[in-house]
Design a protein around this ligand. Structure first.
Ligand code: SF4
Length: 228
């Protein structure tokens, strides 16, 4: 198991204002102040494993002895031996700070800043994996992003790690949510063509969409309407 805790997170107030659709003068100073606060309380951490695919069946793939049920994951790992399961977080301090405000705009702004921070850690981690393991291209899948790989599979993912709470402060609740909320988990794998779960997700309105829905891919993966 590897732990990363020296992770730079650069949050640009201009980009935050754009994301919040608050580009007019009224909120500029307030958001600049919140970004400063966020920088001082965010505690980014990532744990990951260098894991190996042991077995494959029709709709499942075994990684380090743990079986994951997902046809899409299984097909994505068809020719792959080495994968990188991970859990990452920005810590609970930003959430605590947001909860201390009664002003809803401030709370919402910190919520958005937290989302941008976890995205920034994700980008850093992806670049780190590519550099460290000399991988040209990698993709990831996350439990719960598709119906084909439901959120219940978080349990299997967490079972690949020991002491997640002690190491990075992340807990999995009985309802399979991660605490702190600004955390993420998944499996990175080398790929020749970048894969996005969004390509298999027909959802019409989603601000997080990373790639267009591609119905023809459902055939390739042998699934129908794969959204969670
Ligand atoms: S389109 Fe949105 S809901 Fe669908 S997989 Fe992508 S991010 Fe998730």
């Amino acid at each position: 198991m590897e732990l990363l805790d020296d992770i730079p997170v650069e949050l640009d107030p201009e980009t935050v204002l754009k994301q919040l659709h608050l580009s007019n003068g009224k909120y500029v100073e307030e958001v600049q102040e919140l970004v400063k606060t966020a920088h001082s309380v965010i505690r980014p951490k990532v744990i990951y494993e260098v894991s190996y695919v042991n077995n494959r069946s029709d709709d499942a793939v075994e990684i380090d002895g743990v079986s994951f049920t997902s046809r899409v994951l299984r097909i994505n790992l068809e020719k792959i031996e080495r994968v990188f399961p991970y859990i990452m977080t920005i810590g609970k301090e930003l959430e605590d700070t947001a909860n201390s405000f009664s002003d809803l705009v401030k709370r919402y702004s910190l919520e958005t800043i937290g989302n941008m921070a976890i995205d920034s850690i994700g980008t850093y981690f992806e670049d780190f994996l590519k550099r460290r393991y000399r991988l040209e291209k990698i993709s990831e899948m996350n439990p719960g992003s598709l119906k084909d790989w439901p959120i219940t599979q978080q349990k299997q993912l967490f079972s690949l790690f020991d002491n997640v709470k002690d190491l990075i402060g992340v807990e999995l609740t009985d309802s399979l949510l991660m605490i702190p909320r600004k955390s993420a988990s998944g499996i990175y794998f080398p790929t020749e063509v970048t894969f996005y779960s969004c390509q298999l997700c027909p959802r019409k309105k989603c601000e997080e969409r990373q790639a267009p829905y591609d119905k023809s891919l459902e055939e390739k993966y042998g699934i129908k309407s794969a959204r969670a």
